[in-house]
Design a protein around this ligand. Structure first.
Ligand code: COA
Length: 189
């Protein structure tokens, strides 16, 4: 089942909600404000990624994947309407796998407040209860200790290190892969 605009409260009055077509402007502002903060941890972004038009195009593609049940794009929204992070389940596969990939970031001015931890916990709960997923996987750069702490605190276990796993900040980089088993029940029919 596809979660639909589920809203949950996170620390500091931040809400977790699914993205909608009107969010391109707020996403653009967030990515512009966090360009340097995110650069070491993300793929190199083309210049149009940092425009409202570029974000509208990307959001449109992601919302089509959402409609198809392959991805869920959540936003972390502060009480003033600013986007202060995103969290995404992608590559959603059902059947005997019932698995998805998890990705997230939080705003440079909101670090160390437990936001990422709360968002990952909430999304894992939705993945288990609403979506019937059995497993969530996440990969971090080997030196992304902060992100590894978030995953470990949320019950993820280390699978191992995948050499040259993702093209991040201009090079194929080794990643630590983690998974969390959400439940032991059989796949939903
Ligand atoms: C990784 C990231 C999502 C963490 O977000 P956050 O909202 O600050 O996370 P939380 O506040 O929930 O938890 C951060 C944890 O890291 C710890 N931490 C903070 N700075 C740290 C550092 N330099 N080294 C090790 N741990 C650190 C915090 O103390 C906290 O752990 P604790 O509660 O056990 O003390 C955020 O830093 C980020 O967006 N980074 C850039 C993008 C990124 O790396 N995304 C993840 C890709 S896998």
């Amino acid at each position: 089942m596809k979660p639909d605009r589920l809203i949950a409260g996170l620390p500091g009055g931040v809400v977790l909600r699914t993205a909608s077509p009107g969010d391109a402007g707020a996403l653009c502002a967030a990515y512009v404000a966090n360009r340097e903060h995110l650069a070491p941890w993300e793929p190199r972004r083309p210049d149009d990624f940092f425009t409202v038009e570029g974000q509208a195009h990307r959001l449109g593609e992601r919302l089509r994947e959402y409609e198809g049940g392959r991805l869920v794009p959540w936003l972390l929204e502060a009480d003033d309407g600013r986007v202060v992070g995103t969290i995404t389940l992608s590559g959603i596969v059902l059947g005997p796998f019932c698995s998805a990939y998890l990705g997230y970031w939080t705003d440079a001015d909101h670090q160390g407040r437990g936001l990422a931890t709360a968002a990952v916990r909430e999304v894992c709960g939705i993945a288990a209860r609403e979506m019937g997923l059995h497993r969530v996987e996440a990969g971090t750069l080997t030196d992304n200790v902060r992100s590894q702490r978030v995953l470990e605190r949320c019950g993820f276990e280390l699978i191992g290190t995948a050499p040259r796993y993702l093209h991040i900040d201009g090079a194929w980089r080794d990643h630590r892969l983690f998974q969390r088993i959400l439940h032991e029940g059989p796949p939903r029919p």
